[in-house]
Ligand binder design. Structure first.
Ligand code: AHG
Ligand code: MN
Ligand code: MN
Length: 316
């Protein structure tokens, strides 16, 4: 009998409470994957015409994925609110505003890959509310350091659709099986190799990098001889880094002076997964991603995520 997402219930003290929520993420992933496959025939590629709170052009599929994800989180009955890249403010789920948990989500990560049919993803993390259950949740419930996250993970929409997640007991990968129409265990206990792999960064920003990152990267390349791969979707670049080794980085630069990636729904969930996979998640030298206390829903940070030796060699 294939192991499905049900086995999350056996994973540590958070497993039982997190399983139904992660199963909801799985349902959203199946729906989003289907929408992505047929998008071109519905004229759903391209821009929605609006800008999101990030000041970025929203893709039609960003909006659709956000709607699907919110509906599946509501349908679990365990989520009182959702903080989404695509929504300026916290989305309170009225009928479950008394529920215990909140989800932070990047519903469609790497959306610039959509019209070239390259990999994209969904990134999520789950936190327990701080506010009393008889009050409405508010954005302060989301502003928790990554050390307090109960579960996190991502969906990778590639040649197959994978859901990779952790409830604090290591990282497990599940692949959608079209024959049984469910996610089944395919990559148990994912652990990043200590050496080898690739460095992964948008080097076209090198002339704008802060913190002497250009010479630090040159040193990493000299010391390790790593090859370079860059897909342009954090989920895909991080998934390859966990499986093959190396480091993914998005430094601050003169364009994004505090970094481009968002702390609450990109850096923290992916940093949590990287640490659970035996790697290291830094935001600058000496500052771990998971130790940062968030101050705003859409706050951006630099990220250096990868094998311990690679991160240490880069940051010195
Ligand atoms: P999103 O599509 O959710 O806005 O995320 C895009 C992010 C991330 O997925 C990726 O690592 C990074 O943007 C790529 O940025 P550049 O195109 O500047 O390299
Ligand atoms: Mn993203
Ligand atoms: Mn996104």
């Amino acid at each position: 009998m294939a192991m499905t997402l049900n086995n999350i219930v056996e994973q540590g003290k958070n497993g039982p409470a997190m399983m139904p929520i992660i199963q909801g993420v799985g349902r959203a992933a199946i729906e989003i994957a289907a929408v992505l496959r047929g998008a071109v025939f519905r004229g759903a590629l391209g821009q929605a015409g609006g800008e999101n709170v990030q000041g970025e052009q929203q893709q039609v599929l960003d909006v659709l994925s956000d709607e699907i994800f919110l509906e599946e989180m509501r349908a679990t009955g365990f989520i009182c609110a959702v903080g989404s890249e695509e929504q300026e403010n916290l989305l309170i789920i009225e009928e479950y505003s008394h529920a215990d948990y909140l989800v932070l989500v990047d519903p469609l990560d790497g959306s610039s890959n959509l019209d070239i049919d390259c990999p994209v993803g969904t990134i999520f993390s789950i936190v327990k509310r701080k506010s009393p259950n008889d009050q409405l949740p508010d954005v302060s419930d989301t502003l928790q350091a990554g050390r307090d996250v109960l579960a996190a993970g991502y969906v990778l929409y590639g040649p197959s659709t994978m859901l990779v997640c952790s409830v604090g007991e290591g990282v497990n990968g599940y692949t959608f099986n079209p024959n049984t129409a469910r996610f089944e265990s395919s990559h148990p206990n994912m652990t990043i190799p200590a050496t080898g792999g690739y460095y992964s960064v948008n080097e076209s920003n090198a002339d704008k990098w802060a913190d002497d990152m250009g010479s630090k990267l040159a040193n990493l390349k000299k010391e390790t001889g790593l090859g370079m791969r860059y897909v342009g979707a954090m989920v895909a670049d991080m998934h390859r880094t966990i499986l093959k080794g190396g480091i993914f980085l998005y430094p601050a630069d003169s364009k994004n002076v505090t970094g481009k990636l968002r702390l609450l729904y990109e850096a923290i969930p992916m940093g949590f997964i990287m640490e659970q996979a035996g790697g290291k998640s830094m935001s600058s030298d000496g500052v771990a991603v998971l130790d940062i206390l968030p101050e705003a829903l859409h706050q951006r940070v630099p990220v250096y995520l990868g094998a311990n030796a690679a991160v240490d060699t880069l940051l010195g």
